[in-house]
Write a protein that binds this ligand. Structure first.
Ligand SMILES: NC(=O)c1ccc[n+]([C@@H]2O[C@H](COP(=O)([O-])OP(=O)(O)OC[C@H]3O[C@@H](n4cnc5c(N)ncnc54)[C@H](O)[C@@H]3O)[C@@H](O)[C@H]2O)c1
Length: 438
């Protein structure tokens, strides 16, 4: 009751573990409502940047951070002892796959192991990271109960999946409805009252497992539907039918159809990863997950489909082999208008093109230099080149992978010889170039 009162009066202190794409905007949402926030992060560069009042996410301006840091309303630290000062602890750490494509709960477990050392009676712990059903009430509970405190009796536990969509101009953290699930009435009450302070629409579900399954269902729905249009793309391609025109026409149906768009492959920390959290868990129950696996197979084959298009169109248009061909990739980030490289199909395509001995360059103002990334060491240090007439016309092919809104596609259309367009970015543009949709 004491915590409920503090939440209602906006007097609770919120610790947020992991200040990335999810944790940082969430911190700001709480700060904007007058809560005190303690951000706990492992990455010293991020801590140093925030302590200077600066942002490292291009869609979050530094001004949203600096005053809170200087007024000490936003404390940023590596020291988990700060948990003793918090009323609520929210975990926003990554949930990647390991090299066997199985869930890696390492960051969640290491956070829980640090929390339990400082856990106090009456605190509320919320997991936001995407994960399989049972993580909160089984894995997390076991770790936190090492504190000798009982979950949902002496401390409270909830799961609330994040639906962050970085760069989305229509929705932000506060305006995206939020799911909250917990296994007892009071934990649900505490967590939902907390989020109601910062989010316009909070939807409670009966358990943490239901909330975990809801998040995975949303992302599997996207993965399967994207796989479907990607497969349709390959079918219509041989029939010489434009998938983009088909989708545009189909989307005029006012019921029973929702448009999804094909692309060069999945990217980001969610859609290519989360479905496999469920397939992993389903194995324990011996239930098949054919649909999800098939969608994954189709989506991961897309960069190879695009590569074949590049090879075939070079040969058809200029009689050139891929070996030695100069290719300019437009867009390195996995989606438009953000600087996120995680699982980006551009990386896979740059690697595949290099393996085929093409001379690869890229343009992306959001990513001036490619860092060293696991699995892509051959791309480390590559620099974005500027887009100018006399640069574009030197390339044998331009491969459009990410259609950032600042990119002058007309300039590309006017000066390229061959354009392979995976995003329909050249739609309606006049050009003397050969444009191949892929
Ligand atoms: N990025 C999105 O748009 C998005 C959307 C919905 C859900 N999610 C989910 O939210 C979770 C976080 O994703 P993200 O995109 O914010 O990841 P991120 O990599 O951007 O941020 C995670 C942060 O956690 C830090 N970290 C890692 N381990 C830590 C630890 N043990 N203690 C403290 N800090 C630690 C990292 O240094 C990093 O700054 C994931 O489960 C993801 O699937 C992400």
């Amino acid at each position: 009751m004491e915590l409920l009162e503090k939440i209602r009066k906006e007097k609770a202190t919120i610790a947020i573990i992991g200040l990335g794409y999810v944790g940082l905007p969430l911190s700001i949402a709480f700060l904007n409502k007058n809560f005190k926030v303690i951000g706990l992060e492992l990455d010293q560069t991020k801590i140093d940047t925030l302590k200077k009042g600066e942002s490292y996410l291009n869609h979050i301006p530094s001004e949203e951070i600096s005053s809170y840091v200087s007024k000490k309303k936003f404390i940023v630290s590596k020291n988990f002892k700060n948990i003793t000062k918090a009323d609520v602890v929210i975990i926003c750490v990554p949930t990647p796959l390991n090299k066997f494509r199985e869930p890696d709960l390492g960051p969640v477990l290491s956070s829980a192991s640090k929390i339990q050392k400082f856990l106090k009676k009456g605190q509320l712990i919320i997991l936001e990271s995407s994960t399989y059903p049972g993580t909160t009430d089984d894995v997390l509970t076991k770790e936190l109960e090492k504190s000798n405190l009982k979950a949902n009796e002496e401390f409270f536990l909830a799961y609330s999946p994040e639906r962050e969509d970085p760069g989305n101009k229509k929705f932000s953290t506060s305006t995206i409805p939020k799911i909250v699930g917990a296994d007892t009435f009071f934990s649900r009450k505490l967590a939902s009252e907390l989020y109601k302070k910062v989010i316009s629409d909070v939807v409670t579900v009966s358990s943490s497992r239901t909330a975990e399954a809801t998040k995975l269902t949303e992302n599997i729905f996207r993965s399967v539907n994207i796989a479907l249009v990607n497969e349709l793309k390959t079918i219509y391609d041989v029939m010489e039918i434009d998938i983009w025109e088909v989708i545009e026409a189909a989307a005029t149906k006012p019921f029973g159809y929702m448009p999804f768009y094909p692309g060069p492959g999945l990217g980001g920390h969610c859609i290519p990863i989360d479905p496999f959290y469920l397939t992993y868990k389903a194995r324990e129950f011996e239930v098949p997950t054919k649909f999800i696996e098939l969608a994954g197979e189709i989506n991961t084959s897309m960069p190879h489909f695009v590569l074949k298009k590049v090879i075939d169109s070079l040969s058809l248009v200029s009689g050139k082999p891929i070996r030695g061909a100069k290719i300019l990739i437009i867009g390195m980030a996995y989606k438009n208008d953000i600087a996120d490289l995680r699982e980006s199909p551009s990386l896979t395509l740059a690697k595949l093109l290099k393996q085929n001995k093409a001379k690869v360059s890229y343009h992306d103002n959001f990513i001036p230099v490619l860092p060293s990334l696991e699995g892509f060491s051959e791309l480390a240090g590559m620099k974005s080149i500027s887009l100018q007439k006399n640069v574009i016309d030197k390339f044998d092919a331009i491969l459009v992978i990410t259609n950032h809104s600042y990119i002058d596609f007309d300039l590309i259309a006017q000066n390229a010889k061959l354009i392979i367009d995976t995003r329909n970015a050249l739609k309606n543009l006049k050009s003397n170039a050969t444009i191949i949709k892929a």
